[in-house]
Design a protein around this ligand. Structure first.
Ligand code: MGD
Ligand code: MGD
Ligand code: MO
Length: 770
C-alpha cells in the first residue's frame, strides 16, 4: 500500500555491526553522556545544567519518569539523562534565518536526527496556506489567528488538543481547563500510545490506574523483582542503580524479554568506584527469553501452577478480592500446547520461575512497552494483577505493580485531567470551581484523532509538545491526515517532523524547556511534576532561556485563552500566568490529594499522592474489592515465512528525538536502518546476515513497506524480529490496536522480508552526507 523512501540525508553507508554488550552503564556510559552535553551546550552551561538535574533545588530531568532517591547523589543523572539535557540546553538555534533558508518541502525530506540537531526554536513562526516557507509572526498575531480559527469552527469537537508527557502539572491543568471551557474532551496524549493499557487494566482490577510501589519497596524490601517487557539499561538507566541496591541486600531479579538486553544482565555503576574499575553487578538471576506477545500465556500458566501447588494467600484472597473461583476454573482449562506455542518457553523455565516466586515473601512486577503495545496488552496486565493477588503481593512493603512510565511527567498530566475520557467526578469538580459547563461526551484519543483528521472532521489541531507526525502509527496515512487539517499549532522546544508535515496553515510556538529560568510578572516561577511512583515535586529551571522571545507553556495557554474567551472571562487567565501559585491553589481545590499543595511542595522531595491499594489495601473498584479476571488466551500464529516484528528504542534516542546513530549495547554504530533477526530464522528464510531487505507488514487492507534495512543476525527469540521506531511506524496499521486501550500494537507486526530492489538510475544518485 504505502512506501516511503529513505531520506537523502539518511546515509547509512557507514553502518557497522559488532557483538552485543553484556553489561550496561559503567564508564563508557557517563563519558558518552558528558561528551554530548559538552559538545552541544558549551562547557559551563552544560556543567551547570548537569549539576542541577534531579537535585532537590534544580529541575526534574527531562528524560524518564524514574523517581529520585530521597537524598540524591551529587550526580543523580545518567548517560541518557545527560543527552536529554544536552538536547535541550544546546547552543544551536533554529531562527527566522534558518526557516528562510530551508523550505518546508526540504525539511520534510530530512531525517529526524538532522532536524533535532539544528537546535532550539527561537520565535513564533507561521507557514500560511500555499506558502513554501515559515516566516516570523508576533505572539499576539499568532494568538489572534488561532483564536479566530477556533471560534470559527462549526463546533468545539472540531478541535483536538494533544499533549506529550513533558508538560508540567500547572501547564497541563490549564491546558485541559482551556479545552473544556472551549467545550471538548478531545485531549489525546502520548499516554494513549504508551501506558494506556496499564491504566485500563489497573483501574479495572485494583481501582486506580497507577503503580502501587514506592522506590524503597524496590531498593529495601522486595525479595523478587520481575522485569517484563522493559529495557531499563537504555530507557530508565537510574532504575539500574535501584536494582543494584536491591541485589546487594539479596533480592532476586527475573527478566522476561525476547531480547537479552544488556542492562538486564550486568550493571557497572558509574557512580560507584567499584563500577568504574570492577566487573559490575550481575543483575538477573533468571532470564526467560519469551516470544513476542507470550506474556499472557506465561502468567496464566504460572497462576495455574501456583494454584495447583496451593501456593496461594487464601486469607488475602478471601478478605480483599473477588472473582477467584472463576479465574481458577479458567486456569484449569489452560492448554499446555498453547502455552508452549505462545511463550516459546520449555516447561522447566516456568517451573524455575514458580520456584523463585514461592521462595519470595514479596514480589514486584515492573513493566513497560513490551507489555502495553500488544493487541492483548490489557488482558496481559490484568493477568499480572491476578498473579500479584494470588499471593497477596499488593499493599504491603516490597510488593506490588510497577508500570514504569516513560515521559517525565506523563503520569502527572493524566492526574491533571489530560484525558479524553475524564471521570465524571473530575468534571463535576472543575465545573464547581470554575463555573463552566464541562463537556460530557468522551473525546478522541490519539488513534481516533488521526481517524477524525483523515475524515476531515478536525479544523484545528494543537499540540503541547511531542512529535505527533513521527510518534504515531501508519506514518503515510497520518501525514496525509495531518496535512489536511486547516490549522495546526505546535508548542515546541525543538524542530521536528511535525513542523514539516503540518496542516494547511501551520504555527510553531517556541517554549521554555525544563532547564530554563521561568520569570513572569509575579517573579521567578517553578513548576511541579509527578514521577512513576506518584511522588510530586518541584522543578525549577536555572539556565538562561534559549531566546528572549520564548514563553512558558503556562503563559502560552493563558495568552491564547484570553484571546479566545475575551477579557470578560470568569477565569483569571492572566493572573494564572503571572503567578503559578494561583494555579496550584486551584489544582488543590479540584484534584484529590493536593491539599496544602504549596506548603508540601516546598519540602525537599515533595509529597506522595494517595494510592488506596498501596496505603491501606482498599480497592476503589465497583465491588470495593480487588478483582480477579478471566482473560481468554489467543495465541499469535504467524503464517509460514513471516516474522513478528517489534519496534523498539535504540540507546541513542528519546522517542522521536534521535541523539545519535549508535545503539552501543546492541553493537550497532552509525546507522538505524537495521532489523534484528534470529540466525535460525535467517537460515530458514534463506536470508543472509548483512543482506539488504525491505520490511513489508501485512494487514487486512494490504501491505505496508519500509525499504532498505540491513539484516543483523541477533540472539532475539526465534520468530521475533526487532527494528527501531520511528522509521518503522510506517508499518503499523492504524487499526492494529490493543483491545480496550486502543494503543497502537507496535510490538507485534506480522512482516515478511523482501530483498531490496537493486537501485536503478534514480536510486543511484549520490546521497548527501550527514
Ligand atoms: N533514553 C531514553 N529513555 C526513555 C525513552 C527513550 O526513547 N530513550 N522513552 C521513554 C518512554 S516515553 C517510554 S514509554 C519508556 C519506554 O521504555 P521501554 O518499554 O523499555 O522501551 P522499548 O524500547 O519500547 O522497549 C521495550 C522492551 O520490551 C521488550 N518486549 C517487546 N515485546 C515484548 C513482549 O511481548 N514481551 C516481553 N516480555 N518483552 C517484550 C523489548 O525487547 C524491549 O526490551 O522509556 C522512556 N525513557
Ligand atoms: N512504533 C512505535 N511507536 C511509538 C512507540 C513505540 O515503542 N513504537 N512508543 C510510543 C510512546 S511510548 C510514546 S510516549 C510516544 C511519544 O510521542 P511524543 O511524546 O509525541 O514524542 P516525543 O518524541 O517524545 O516528542 C519530542 C518533541 O517534543 C518537543 N519537546 C521536548 N521538550 C519539550 C517541552 O518541554 N515542552 C514542549 N512544549 N515541547 C517539548 C520537542 O519539540 C521534541 O521534538 O511515541 C509512541 N510511538
Ligand atoms: Mo512512552
Amino acid at each position: 500500500m504505502t512506501t516511503r523512501a529513505p531520506r537523502d540525508d539518511h546515509d547509512e553507508a557507514g553502518l557497522r555491526v559488532g557483538p552485543p554488550a553484556t553489561s550496561a552503564a559503567g564508564v563508557p556510559g557517563v563519558v558518552h553522556g558528558l561528551a554530548s552535553v559538552l559538545e552541544q551546550s558549551g562547557v559551563r552551561r552544560g556543567a551547570k545544567a548537569l549539576r542541577l538535574v534531579n537535585q532537590q533545588t534544580g529541575f526534574d530531568c527531562p528524560g524518564c519518569a524514574w523517581p529520585e532517591p530521597g537524598k540524591p547523589h551529587l550526580a543523580e543523572f545518567c548517560e541518557n539523562g545527560a543527552k536529554a539535557v544536552a538536547e535541550e540546553s544546546t547552543v544551536r538555534r533554529v531562527d527566522a534565518a534558518f526557516f528562510a533558508a530551508h523550505p518546508v518541502a526540504e525539511l520534510a525530506e530530512r531525517s529526524d536526527h538532522w532536524l533535532g540537531q539544528q537546535g532550539r526554536l527561537t520565535e513564533p513562526m507561521l507557514r500560511d496556506t500555499g506558502d513554501t516557507h515559515y516566516r516570523p509572526i508576533g505572539w499576539d498575531d499568532a494568538f489572534g489567528l488561532i483564536a479566530d480559527a477556533l471560534t470559527g469552527l462549526a463546533g468545539p469537537d472540531d478541535a483536538a488538543f494533544y499533549t506529550s508527557g513533558r508538560t508540567s502539572n500547572e501547564a497541563a491543568f490549564l491546558y485541559q481547563l482551556f479545552a473544556r471551557t472551549f467545550g471538548t474532551n478531545n485531549l489525546p496524549d502520548c499516554s494513549n500510545m504508551c501506558h494506556e493499557s496499564s491504566g485500563a487494566a489497573l483501574s479495572e482490577t485494583l481501582g486506580i490506574g497507577k503503580g502501587s510501589v514506592s522506590l524503597t519497596d524496590i531498593t529495601d524490601h522486595a525479595d523478587l523483582i520481575v522485569i517484563v517487557g522493559q529495557n531499563p539499561g537504555t530507557n530508565h538507566p537510574r532504575m539500574l542503580t535501584s536494582l543494584e541496591q536491591a541485589k546487594r541486600r539479596g533480592a532476586r531479579i527475573v527478566a522476561i524479554n525476547p531480547l537479552p538486553e544488556a542492562g538486564l544482565q550486568t550493571f557497572k555503576n558509574p557512580q560507584r568506584v567499584r563500577g568504574v574499575v570492577g566487573k559490575g553487578t550481575l543483575l538477573s538471576d533468571l532470564f526467560l527469553q519469551i516470544r513476542l506477545g507470550g506474556d499472557l500465556a506465561f502468567f496464566q500458566a504460572v497462576n495455574r501452577l501456583l494454584v495447583d501447588a496451593d501456593a496461594v494467600d487464601h486469607e488475602f484472597v478471601r478478605e480483599h478480592t473477588t472473582g477467584y473461583d472463576a479465574a481458577v476454573a479458567a486456569w484449569r482449562g489452560l492448554d499446555w500446547d498453547d502455552v508452549a506455542a505462545a511463550t516459546g518457553l520449555p516447561r522447566a523455565a516456568l517451573d524455575a520461575f514458580v520456584d523463585e516466586v514461592r521462595r519470595a515473601d514479596s514480589v514486584i512486577v515492573c513493566w513497560a512497552m513490551g507489555l502495553t503495545q500488544h493487541k492483548k496488552a490489557v488482558p496481559t496486565i490484568r493477568e499480572i494483577v491476578n498473579f500479584l493477588l494470588l499471593r497477596g503481593n499488593v499493599g504491603r512493603p516490597g510488593a506490588g505493580a510497577c508500570p514504569v512510565r516513560g515521559h517525565s511527567n506523563v503520569q502527572g498530566d493524566r492526574t491533571m485531567g489530560i484525558w479524553e475520557k475524564p471521570p465524571a467526578a473530575f468534571l463535576d469538580a472543575l465545573e464547581a470551581e470554575f463555573g463552566i459547563a464541562a463537556p460530557r461526551r468522551p473525546g478522541h484519543d490519539t488513534v481516533d484523532t488521526i481517524r477524525a483528521m483523515r475524515d476531515g472532521k478536525i479544523g484545528v489541531f494543537m499540540a503541547m509538545g511531542g512529535n505527533f507526525a513521527a510518534a504515531t502509527p501508519d506514518s503515510d496515512l497520518t501525514a496525509a491526515a495531518l496535512q489536511s487539517v486547516p490549522l495546526t499549532v505546535h508548542v515546541s522546544t525543538k524542530l521536528n517532523r511535525s513542523h514539516a508535515l503540518a496542516g494547511q496553515r501551520s504555527i510553531i510556538l517556541p517554549c521554555l524547556g525544563r532547564t530554563e529560568r521561568d520569570v513572569q510578572a509575579g517573579g521567578e516561577q517553578f513548576v511541579t511534576v509527578e514521577d512513576s511512583m506518584s511522588a510530586v515535586h518541584a522543578s525549577r529551571g536555572t539556565l538562561r532561556p534559549a531566546s528572549d522571545q520564548l514563553r512558558s507553556e503556562v503563559a502560552i495557554v493563558c495568552g491564547l485563552a484570553e484571546r479566545v474567551f475575551g477579557a470578560g472571562s470568569a477565569i483569571p487567565w492572566s493572573a494564572f500566568a503571572a503567578d503559578y501559585t494561583t494555579v496550584r491553589s486551584r489544582i488543590a481545590r479540584v484534584i484529590p490529594g493536593f491539599d496544602d499543595y504549596e506548603a508540601r511542595i516546598a519540602k525537599p522531595g515533595g509529597f506522595v499522592l494517595p494510592h488506596p491499594p498501596r496505603d491501606s489495601r482498599t480497592f476503589p473498584t465497583a465491588s470495593g474489592k480487588a478483582q480477579f479476571s478471566v482473560n481468554g488466551l489467543e495465541v499469535l500464529r504467524v503464517p509460514p515465512g513471516r516474522l513478528l516484528l517489534q519496534t523498539v528504542r535504540s540507546h541513542d534516542q528519546f522517542n522521536t528525538t534521535i541523539y545519535g546513530l549508535d545503539d552501543r549495547y546492541r553493537g550497532i554504530r552509525d546507522g538505524r536502518r537495521v532489523v534484528f533477526v534470529n540466525p535460525s530464522d535467517l537460515a530458514a528464510l534463506g536470508v543472509a546476515d548483512g543482506a539488504m531487505v525491505d520490511l513489508v507488514s501485512e494487514w487486512a487492507d494490504g501491505d505496508r513497506r519500509a525499504p532498505s534495512f540491513r539484516v543483523v543476525s541477533y540472539p532475539t527469540a526465534p520468530g521475533c524480529a526487532a527494528a527501531y521506531f520511528p522509521e518503522t511506524n510506517v508499518l503499523v496499521p492504524l487499526d492494529h490496536t490493543a483491545e480496550v486501550s486502543n494503543t497502537p500494537a507496535s510490538k507485534s507486526l506480522v512482516i515478511r522480508l523482501e530483498p531490496t530492489a537493486a537501485p536503478g538510475p534514480a536510486g543511484a544518485a549520490p546521497r548527501r552526507r550527514r
